[in-house]
Write a protein that binds this ligand. Structure first.
Ligand code: HEC
Length: 129
């Protein structure tokens, strides 16, 4: 009984320790979250513009360009040596390049352009977040 309790205690302490180490590591490297929050901000601005039906072509293009360039930071910053993760990141970049090239000037065109982008965000989050 006592041995079982000690093992249990060891496991609890071990997992608390692991959680702390993980927190410290993520605080030391804020970049992965910073990249994600930056993309989240620009996606939020775009979907917000669609909601209030105010799609200014110049602003849209700026947000899309910022998304495209920020997405190039995902792979180096996350430091994930995983082909599937990289594929997800590349797919997002492809869709962003297409959206930038489409240069939408109306809310309807913007909605169509960011649909695939949004799908790319979601599919990676489902697997890795
Ligand atoms: C290649 C994979 C991948 C793609 C593509 C991706 N994300 Fe993420 N995202 C992640 C992972 C992994 C996390 C969890 C990060 C963490 O908790 O450290 C995350 C977390 C986030 C978060 C929460 C950050 C936090 O502090 O918890 C936001 C916001 C976000 N992503 C926005 C986006 C948006 C917007 C897109 C698309 C434009 C996107 N992401 C595309 C992998 C991805």
């Amino acid at each position: 009984m006592r041995v079982a309790l000690m093992i249990l205690l060891g496991l609890v302490i071990g997992s608390i320790g692991t959680a702390n180490v993980m927190n410290v590591l993520s605080e030391r490297n804020p970049m992965p979250k910073a990249v994600m929050h930056t993309m989240g901000y620009h996606m939020g601005e775009l979907t917000g513009a669609i909601k209030v039906n105010q799609c200014d072509a110049v602003k849209i293009q700026r947000h899309l360009a910022r998304l495209e360039s920020t997405a190039t930071d995902i792979t180096p910053v996350f430091g994930m040596d995983d082909k599937d993760f990289t594929d997800h990141a590349n797919q997002l970049r492809d869709h962003l390049r297409q959206a930038v090239q489409a240069a939408p000037t109306t809310c309807a065109a913007l909605a169509a352009a960011i649909k695939l982008v949004n799908d790319s965000c979601k599919s990676c989050h489902q697997k890795y977040r």
